[in-house]
Design a binder for this molecule. Sequence first.
Ligand SMILES: [Zn+2]
Length: 260
Amino acid sequence: MKCRICSLSTTLFDEAVVLKKYRVKYYWCENCGFMQTEKPYWLDEAYSRAITKSDIGLIGRNLQMVTPTRKLILTCLEPTDKFVDYGGGYGIFTRLMRDQGFDYYRHDPLCENLFAGGFEASSNIRYTLLTAWEVFEHLENPLDEIEEMLSYSHNLFFSTVLLSTSLEPLDQWWYYGLEHGQHIAFYSHKTLQIIAQKFRLKTHFSDGRLHFIGDPAVPPFLIKLAFSERLSWLQKRMQRTAPPSLLASDFQALTGKVLK
Ligand SMILES: [Zn+2]
């Protein structure tokens, strides 16, 4: 089987039972460190719900991502630009970021937009940053999908848990998601580097779970500031440059009523 990232031959890593009934083969690429399942024929069943019942981390994850995204935008990008949450599910993150004052839009053709109605992303607009939370591990053809993401923005800030260098057995790592069958692509640090190179981008930041791949022109010292925990002056600067919440004006546009 060919690697879906670098096209070289993969080796069979192991087999596991997915969705309690399908015996699925997992292949590993020695060249780029990418792990993929065999062709995922079970996805229709896996996505009978777009968001799995077992994804109880959904709300917490969206909340957690607000602060790092806010820091990244306020430090390295133009806060009054437009942003897109790709694979944005119910629109929770888009809503949260709009509450924070950022002109955010939701992209997700597979899921109902419950919280960010009226703020659907458009493929005709270039966005300054694209966020994609827990999307990459769902991709059947990552390169095609990443290319699609890049048509929205050249800065990708996303989460996916990377494989450790000693590959975890299939029955011992929760992230393989055997019970819901939606995780079919697993990346290593090297995989991300190769993806970035392929699209002439730079891996600016990666902590094993959160990754920022984007425009090589973003200065490294700003990246360092954006992901630093320590600098209190940065927080002051962020407060100074932070725009006011869009919640009230959005509410008024939607209902004609003033939110008090
Ligand atoms: Zn590969």
